[in-house]
Write a protein that binds this ligand. Structure first.
Ligand code: IVH
Length: 683
């Protein structure tokens, strides 16, 4: 493409993508499919790479993430980020309303009711209509600058189009992890043996504090705004300020409502308490704010919170029921979870019969015994949990519980690693739920993407003895599958479902498996389910070692030399290859035709940096740090995480740490600038 065409096309694509972003997020009315959207974005990324001089400062590609910053710089909030006074009682709300009225010396006060989003608070700073900084709450006085991560959130405008936008503006709001995406993410984490997040809030805060914003970009974070700060506008009310924020492009939820009497507020609370489970994000209450800004100003703040607002928190519904027995479940990574069987009881609209007891420590803390009356709550509104025992009602029939010491599925002695809460069954090759778990991970969308084989089918094939490990999948034939049947019985035994494989599904399964042979090596490596080796790590290992054979040969030292691979992952890789029976299995997979090597097109553009090890540090002008690292790899070089005697070059950008600089000088390692590096690869 000629430069003048590229410039025009980049501008056109940027505008188009921004438009679709807006339609999608602000108006909930997408005009094109996600796929078509991704295609536009991909074209723009490609063109910007080729013609970086035409990239717009507020390009939508920044949402894809890119640069890594090791630790976060801090920013002091211009106005401290305070918290809200909390209450669980209607009486306190009534008192709050009385206090405000008495202070204002009026009969009625207007309030805005909003949902209390259960996520992570964020402050967004705009200068001349462009997002300049995003800062976490931190300790309320100063927080972490997480701009690159926040820029990946598509519902946050990078540029405010309206002429009405103030030159300096601060918006505050809440970052949330949608419930459905949270369940999916935890499933993926379980697939590689990573600890799942306890709730969507933790997932959101963990995500915005990540170092690699390209990983953040893959998680569908949301942001709702609820507070406007600017000196350039004189709004009369909070409601008006939020309407304005909406108008200039912010995602202000339209669940907010105005009330001039306490009864209306109680009604709002009741309605949302009933409807909250239907939302795709978590709320833990309602925030009530005085609408009139003049009155807000007069009421002012205490040291900790505004006097013009209060939050009403929903009480988690709690019921009492009897503990009948405890099962010990083996998860797909071998982790044992004790599960309580309860006398069925109604809770928040569903019948609860089972609840997680988490681990041995928690059982001990609860001092829970068979036949006890226990209190059950819905934790994070998703999974019921036992929060206490009614010890006063304990009678003679109360029996102590002992924790198991052998795997209930395969009989192997359980282990418990130092510092870990869960017991484990280490028999990952032969333990049935672990085998099924590994196969489910292997076929999952981000791995081999064999979507014709859902969970139920994996279980069926395993139970029928047709698939005992990954390589068995590739031996399946039409005759093996046709007519295979399994009856699934629901947990309470009331429903049965018969699954039977007919011609069409058998064909789909076989083509799905066949097609998976085209998956590139990084996906295959991820699909193998090596503990702690997620998608990004698999890519890094694949690029670095280029084949499974080379990866297998790597020592601990060689593994930790790879950028962002630490001892934990390195040891897990070594363990994986050293496990009994693994070599035979890998050979069978290789014989079946899986890609165990990086393909031609994934290989390098040149070998000019062959055998050279680089440490990249600081901030660069032309490329992001990730792009620089990619260039090193594409030209045959390697990225290392820290400077050692083996480092060939240090590539130093602005703000490189003094400790690194000193170390490089001490070891006599040449230090390159970005310009020198570009010359090096262009020659
Ligand atoms: S207003 C000066 N509105 O709750 C008060 N906060 O306990 C500014 N939160 O840190 C906060 N939903 O993270 C406000 N609709 C809402 C909210 C909300 C959730 C969070 C926020 C804040 C915490 C206060």
């Amino acid at each position: 493409m000629r430069p003048e065409n590229a410039e025009a096309r980049i501008a056109e694509l940027s505008a188009e993508i921004n438009k679709h972003n807006q339609l999608y997020y602000d108006k909930s009315n997408p005009l094109i499919s996600d796929y078509d959207f991704d295609m536009l974005l991909e074209e723009l990324i490609r063109l910007e790479k080729e013609f970086p001089e035409f990239k717009l400062a507020d390009s939508p590609t920044q949402r894809v993430g890119g640069s890594i910053s090791k630790s976060f710089e801090q920013h002091i909030h211009k106005n401290p980020m305070l918290s809200l006074g909390n209450t669980y009682s209607e009486e306190d709300l009534y008192d709050f309303d009385q206090r405000v009225k008495k202070f204002a010396n009026v009969e009625t006060v207007e309030y805005v009711c909003e949902l209390k989003y259960d996520g992570v608070a964020i402050s967004l700073l705009y200068k001349n209509g462009v997002l300049d900084k995003a800062v976490t709450r931190g300790d309320g006085v100063k927080g972490d600058i997480v701009t690159n991560n926040i820029k990946t959130i598509r519902s946050i405008p990078l540029r405010l189009e309206s002429e009405k936008s103030p030159t300096e503006l601060e918006m505050r709001g809440e970052i949330l992890f949608p419930k459905d995406a949270f369940l999916k993410l935890n499933n993926e984490r379980l697939g590689i043996g990573d600890a799942p997040f306890a709730n969507p809030r933790n997932a959101a805060s963990g995500t915005i504090k990540m170092q690699d914003s390209s990983v953040v970009a893959k998680r569908p974070l949301e942001c709702f705004l609820y507070y406007v700060l600017t000196e350039e506008k004189s709004f009369e009310s909070h409601y008006q300020s939020l309407e304005f924020a909406k108008e200039i492009g912010f995602n202000v939820p339209n669940t907010m409502a105005l009330y001039s009497n306490i009864e209306g507020i109680f009604e709002f609370i009741k309605d949302w308490n009933n409807a909250k489970d239907k939302l795709n994000f978590e709320i833990d209450g309602v925030v009530i704010k005085v609408n009139d800004f003049a009155l807000q100003k007069r009421l002012g703040f205490t040291a900790k919170s505004p006097r013009w607002a209060i939050s009403y928190k929903f009480k988690a519904e709690r019921v009492q029921t009897r503990l009948l027995s405890v099962d010990f479940q083996v998860g797909r990574t071998g982790a044992i979870t004790p599960v309580a069987n309860l006398e069925p009881v109604q809770l928040a609209g569903t019948t609860v019969k089972r609840a997680s007891l988490h681990n041995a420590d928690i059982m001990e803390q609860l001092d829970i015994r068979l036949n006890d009356l226990v209190y059950v709550e819905k934790g994070g509104e998703i999974i019921p949990k036992i929060v206490g025992v009614n010890k006063a009602s304990r009678g003679d029939e109360s029996n102590t519980l002992t924790y198991i010491d052998k795997c209930p599925e395969c009989g192997t002695n359980l282990i418990r690693n130092e510092g870990e809460a869960n017991h484990y069954c280490a028999n990952d090759v032969k333990c049935p739920p672990q085998i099924k778990g590994r196969i489910e991970h292997f076929i999952s969308r981000k791995a081999m993407n064999i979507d014709s084989l859902g969970e139920g089918k994996v279980e069926m094939l395993f139970d029928k003895g047709l698939v005992n490990n990954l390589s068995d999948l590739f031996q399946l034939k039409y005759e093996d599958l046709i007519g295979v049947e399994k009856t699934f019985v629901s947990e309470d035994g009331s429903k049965t479902k018969i699954m039977s494989l007919r011609e069409k599904s058998v064909e789909n399964i076989l083509t799905g498996i066949e097609r998976s042979l085209e998956m590139p090596f990084p996906k295959v490596l991820y699909a193998l389910g090596i503990r702690y080796v997620g998608e990004t790590t698999a890519k890094k290992l694949a690029k670095h070692f280029k084949s499974l054979k080379e990866l297998q040969k790597a020592s601990l030292e060689e593994l930790v030399e790879v950028d962002e691979i630490g001892d934990k992952i390195a040891n897990s890789v070594l363990n994986y290859f050293a496990t009994d029976g693994r070599q035979v299995e890998l050979e069978r997979l290789s014989a079946a035709g899986l890609n165990f090597e990086l393909g031609e097109q994934e290989q390098n553009v040149s070998n000019i940096l062959e055998g050279k090890s680089f440490v990249v540090s600081g901030i660069f002008e032309k490329y992001s740090r990730n792009e620089i690292k990619a260039l090193i790899e594409q030209n045959g070089g390697r990225n290392a995480g820290s400077i050692s005697a083996k480092t060939d070059f240090v590539l130093a950008g602005e703000n490189m740490g003094p400790a690194k600089l000193k170390k490089a000088e001490k070891l006599n390692i040449p230090i390159l600038s970005e310009v020198e590096f570009i010359q090096m690869i262009e020659n």
